[in-house]
Design a protein. Structure first.
Length: 185
């Protein structure tokens, strides 16, 4: 596994148009992306029909097509997590549509996800809507929840990705937990 500086250099080279950098980069990040997808799908439960590989590939298709200047490995992984969230929400919307027969999509937010004691089952679409409202109110808190819940990123990684301290991440997670509890109750 390459160090943070090497990965960041490859990300910048890729952004500058070096396709060889992408070929060197993906083997170094793929296992991390797949672990994020495994954790995310495990939380979804039996309603989730995507496998981790498909989720990673769908997120990468969206990510590779974007024109983002990657700041760091953590920044890349945070954006990958957001694209995984979009893929899962899009899939849930598809299952909920009449032509697909509808049906509820349930996810479980646990203490590890947003710091809540116990478990709380939520509809993925309701969570997506609540996160969109939280983003309008406090964009940074919403991003931190997405990175924690959808990417499974550690507090230190989140702090580095968005340029704040770990205690700020902790405060924002506490705020977001309370805000989401209220919005989803």
């Amino acid at each position: 596994m390459a160090d943070e500086g090497e990965v960041t250099g490859l990300l910048h080279a890729w952004h500058a148009g070096d396709r060889a950098a992408l070929e060197k980069l993906m083997p170094q990040l793929y296992d991390v992306l797949r672990a994020m997808a495994v954790a995310r799908i495990r939380r979804e439960g039996p309603a989730q029909t995507l496998n981790p590989t498909a989720l990673v590939h769908e997120a990468l298709i969206r990510l590779i097509g974007s024109d983002v200047d990657w700041k760091s490995r953590s920044h890349f992984l945070a954006l990958a997590a957001l694209h995984m969230r979009t893929v899962l929400v899009d899939q849930a919307r598809g299952r909920m549509s009449d032509k697909h027969g509808g049906g509820d999509v349930r996810v479980t937010l646990s203490q590890a996800d947003i710091g809540q004691n116990g478990n709380m089952e939520l509809d993925l679409l309701a969570l997506d809507q609540a996160l969109a409202r939280l983003q309008e109110y406090d964009e940074r808190s919403a991003r931190i929840v997405e990175m924690s819940y959808f990417a499974g990123m550690q507090r230190e990684e989140i702090a580095e990705a968005i340029g704040v301290s770990v205690p700020t991440v902790d405060r924002d997670l506490r705020f977001a937990r309370a805000w989401l509890n209220q919005a989803l109750s």
